[in-house]
Design a protein around this ligand. Sequence first.
Ligand SMILES: Cc1cc2nc3c(=O)[nH]c(=O)nc-3n(C[C@H](O)[C@H](O)[C@H](O)COP(=O)(O)O)c2cc1C
Length: 176
Amino acid sequence: MKKTLVLIVHPNLHNSHVNKRWAEEIEKQEGVTVRKLYDLYPDVKINVEEEQRMLLEHDRIVMQFPFYWYSSPSLLKEWQDQVLQYGWAYGPGGDNLHGKELLIAISTGGPQISYQAGGYNNYSISELLRPFQATSNLIGTRYLAPFTIHGAIRASKEEIDQSALDYAAYVINPEI
Ligand SMILES: Cc1cc2nc3c(=O)[nH]c(=O)nc-3n(C[C@H](O)[C@H](O)[C@H](O)COP(=O)(O)O)c2cc1C
């Protein structure tokens, strides 16, 4: 079984509907380590050594977050800037993450229909997540198809519960 690290990056998980429910479901899974970055680093002082050690210990890395301004909440960007160092994650000798898998899991406020040419967000999620895909290419991880729930703001409890089950199943077995 792949050892899976799930980085949950939500600045207000307590008031979240989707990401909180996803967190509850993913925390039940065997072989999964969950780290809530805003709880760990409320002062944004990231423990780089600890984060790198966690990455080394796992085979599949999941970044779970609500889509904010067509990207992630800012702490995940800071995490990338600090943890994915030259000579460690890329560049000469920077092969520590080679062969691992990267999976992006997001909730969007906008409905699915808005994320396409002509829709009010105009671009698809695949297009908007290109920086994550490019990062994955650079650090030598295999980029898995992202998991998305659209229309998160209006989703019913039943829809969110179902998405949490689907999410956990996908994280454990993304080869479906
Ligand atoms: C600062 C901010 C930026 C947001 N940007 C977007 C966005 O670019 N696209 C989108 O579809 N939803 C956007 N949303 C809506 C969130 O994605 C949505 O509230 C979230 O996915 C709901 O998940 P939660 O219940 O776990 O909080 C934004 C929300 C906030 C607070």
